[in-house]
Structure formats: C-alpha cells, structure tokens
Design a protein around this ligand. Structure first.
Ligand code: ZN
Length: 487
C-alpha cells in the first residue's frame, strides 16, 4: 500500500531511459516503485493519457516567495534554485524560507554581490535579493578593489560555502569594472569547495569593445585555468545576436576538457533592475537597444527617451524593468532563441522573478493572485512554453529530450558537490517524489507581456516530496511541502 499512486500514465524518465506506461508508487516522499501492474495507494491520481515525468529543476529562479513559486509549480517546477545572484548570508535565506514555508524545493548559491557590498560599503547582507539590487547602482560596488579586500570578499563566500551554499553566484556583468583577477579568485574558492560558479557574463567584446575581458572568454578561460565547473547563465539574453560565436567559444572549451555548462529561457526579453550598469542610456546602442526597449514593470511604461530613462535610473534604480533584447515577433529572433535551448546539453532555466504588487499591498498568501500583480511571463510560462513551442509546434525536440533539459540536465549541473540533487531529475525508485504529470496535447504557457502572471495550463498533477501541490490542474494553497536543498 503506497501513500500515493499515479495511475496509468506514460512514464518518461530520461535518466533511466524508461518510456512506457507504468504505475508510480510513492511512499514518504520517495519513489517506491515503477510497476507495469496496478499498485494500491491511499491516494490515487489518474494519469491515463498523460505524461509522467520527474519534476522540473529550475537553476535560475529569483523567486524566494510563495506567490512566485506557485506560478512556477503550475508550470511544472518542483525545485527552484537561486544560483545566479545567490543569497548572502545563505543561512538567513534558508531560515526565512523554512519559517514561511515554500510550495517547491528551494536552495541558494552564495551571493558574491552581497558579500562584496558588505566588504566595500559596510552594508550587511540580509539574505535577500534586494541586497544586490541595492548594490548595483552604487559606485564603490561597481569598481575594482584592492587584493586585501578581495581576500575578505572571498573569505565571506567561503564561509557561506561551508554553510551549505550550492555554489557561488557571480553576476559579474553587473559590475563590469571589477578586475578579472577577482573573478578568478572566486572561481578558485568554488573549486576548493567542489561546487560550481554561476555567472551572468560581462559584455561580449562585440557589445563593448572596451570591456576588460570578453564575457564568454572570461568564463571559459577561468574554467580552464582553475578547473572550476563554470555555469553560463541565460546564454540567450547575454549573447543576443552573437549567440553562435558564444556557442563556438563554449564548444572550444568543452572540447579541451573544461566543465562549462549552459542554460537558456525561451523569451526575447530579460528583466532586471532599471539601474543596472548596462542599461545606461549611452550604452544601449551596444546591444542594439533604444530607450523604448526598456519597459518599467510596475507602470508598464516603455521609456520615451534617454532623459526619462536617466531620471528613472536616478529615482527608482532598484525598480524592475523588462529589457526587450530580441523581438519575439521576428522569425529570425525566435529561431535564435530556439537555438539557445537546443545547443549541446543546455538546461531550460527560467530566470523567474518574484511578482510585484503594483497597486494593492502585497499579500503572500493570496491565491489566486490579484489582478494588479505582475512579473515577467517567464516566471509563469517558461516550461509550458518550451513544451508548446519546441516539442508540439516546431518538433525541434522530442518529448523525452525536452523533459531531459527541464529536469535531468539541470539536476546534474547543480549536483556538483551537492549529493542531495542526485535524487532529483529521475523517477527511479529511491528518487525524491518530485513528479509532474501533464497533457502533452494541451500543455501551454498563458502568460504574456500584458497578462504576465497567467499560470500555465495542462500540468495536471504536480507533486513535491510526494505531496500534490497541483491536483487536477488546480493549485492547493494549503500545502507548502518544499524542502531546502543544501550542500
Ligand atoms: Zn542575469
């Protein structure tokens, strides 16, 4: 007798190669059996005609909140990891999540950005994303510093790695004047801890001929020099139209034996603090952007001109903005975005952001979300969109291959130095019972740049540690079964 039985679905487990109709038996948060014959369970979830897959592991979720994670679980995500920016100190982030409860599993890299802000500006890290958004616009944070201070920054990062951080988050692209030696020192700390470093790359030399080092070269050379596992975040957004060159740089490093891994999301716009250094009006042309490519999320306003953008950066530098780096209505741009995901063993990762309450006051437990709540559509739709466009509409990927890139591949990437992740990304007996059941004929994203928080549909049941958070397509707001993932 199992706690939960998932009945009669097509089980697709890329980790083991299983692709056939099986019953899934779950006991105590663990997969107990995959059986061709009928199993008995206290709860039976019907999956006939549907696909049963290991839950999706998002390597790039800034959601450290219940509302954002609820949008993600309705999109098939069962583990949401904040690895690019990270949190510092991680212990504070883990403690807060444990007290609040989370609908999906969660985990954090340490945040170089927040540790750096603490050392250089004396602003204590709180373990929140806002630590780094607050630092972004501050001159001392963006500048090169002394070797002695780099040592103190690295010491803080190492303290967090000892405390169980999943890796080192280094969004160096937000502080392009920081010396390459500091980046190498951080990667060396990651090597000593046996964990990956996650990077939002600097500008490419094609984007800024004056950059200290080409963003892609920096990642691959650091992998070669230090032996670090370097993870290249959202290759789509930082590469834009130079994607093929970046892929060639990565391929060269991989062929030479370096461990460089990649992720991408299926959208042509990013979202970041409007005060980010690379959004300075005088630098936009380097990315082929204009002020109207920048859209203030809370007001929905596209910037009319450089003056308005400058004023917003000055007065509301930590407010979120869409950055429309590729026009999704253009076929060539869409094809580029597809290639970003199809390259090598690229993981699908969302870059999800916590939703923003525009007019009413924030209520983390409100569900469904009120109408004024907005965000980036990728928060709610990355995985539904991947399955809709790349599998069903274009056939660019087989269904098992898409599942592999949404679950098995990311779990393996983040498992470097994190044994707990070896139990994710698969439905083999003994694995964590993080399971997604979806209808391959109808599964889809519904979030758009206007209706940014409309949840995906077609994800019929989503189980986190054996507990159904989504059942018959409906989110259960009474359960928060997410557990910490810690090294
Ligand atoms: Zn980023």
């Amino acid at each position: 007798m199992y706690d939960v039985v998932i009945r009669g679905g097509r089980v697709v487990d890329p980790a083991t190669g299983v692709d056939e109709v099986r019953e899934v038996g779950i006991t105590g948060g663990t997969i107990g059996a995959l059986s061709p014959g009928e199993l008995e369970g206290r709860t039976v979830l019907d999956a006939r005609g549907h696909v049963v897959a290991p839950g999706f592991v998002d390597l790039h979720s800034h959601c450290d909140d219940i509302p954002g994670m609820r949008l993600q679980v309705l999109d098939g995500v069962t583990t949401a990891l904040e690895l690019e920016i990270g949190r510092y100190p991680v212990a504070a982030a883990y403690a807060r999540a444990a007290i609040d409860g989370r609908p999906v599993n969660y985990g954090f890299a340490t945040s170089w950005g927040a540790a750096r802000f603490e050392v250089l500006a004396g602003v204590r890290g709180t373990g929140r994303l806002q630590d780094v958004f607050a630092a972004m616009n501050v001159e001392v944070w963006q500048q090169e510093t002394t070797p002695a201070r780099v040592e103190r920054i690295v010491a803080r990062v190492e303290g967090d790695l000892a405390a169980g951080a999943l890796g080192v988050g280094i969004p160096i692209g937000y502080a392009p004047a920081v010396a390459p030696a500091e980046y190498v020192a951080l990667a060396a700390a990651a090597v000593r801890a046996g964990r990956p470093a996650y990077t939002h790359a600097r500008d490419l030399v094609e984007q800024d001929p004056g950059v200290l080092i080409d963003g892609a070269e920096e990642i691959v050379r650091t992998a070669g020099e230090t032996g670090a596992h370097m993870h290249y975040c959202h290759v789509n957004s930082t590469s834009g139209r130079h994607l093929d060159r970046v892929h060639a740089t990565i391929t060269r490093a991989q062929a030479a034996g370096s461990r460089v891994t990649t992720e991408a999301y299926p959208y042509g716009s990013g979202m970041t603090g409007i005060g980010a250094s690379f959004l300075a009006p005088e630098l936009l042309h380097r990315r082929g952007l204009t002020p109207s490519s920048i859209q203030h999320v809370a007001s929905g306003r596209r910037m009319a001109d450089a003056a308005e953008l400058r004023r917003m950066r000055g007065e509301h530098g930590s407010d979120l903005a869409f950055v429309h780096f590729l026009d999704e209505s253009e076929a060539t741009a869409r094809e580029l975005l597809d290639r970003a995901i199809l390259f090598g063993d690229t993981a699908v990762a969302s870059d999800a952001m916590e939703p923003v309450w525009r007019t009413t006051s924030r209520n983390s437990l409100a569900w469904p979300l009120p109408g004024d709540v907005s965000g980036h559509p990728r928060t709610a739709g990355t995985y539904g969109r991947t399955l809709r466009t790349l599998v069903r509409e274009t056939g660019a990927m087989s269904l098992p291959e898409a599942i592999r890139r949404c679950s098995t591949v990311p779990a393996r990437i983040a498992a470097t130095g994190v044994p707990a992740l070896a139990r994710k990304g698969s439905l083999r007996p003994g694995a964590d019972a993080d399971v997604v059941v979806f209808d391959p004929e109808t599964v889809t994203d519904n979030a758009t740049y206007r209706e940014t928080t409309r949840p995906s549909t077609g994800f019929v049941h989503v189980l986190v540690n054996g507990i159904p958070v989504v059942r018959d397509g409906v989110l259960d707001p009474t359960v928060l079964p997410g557990r910490p993932v810690r090294a």
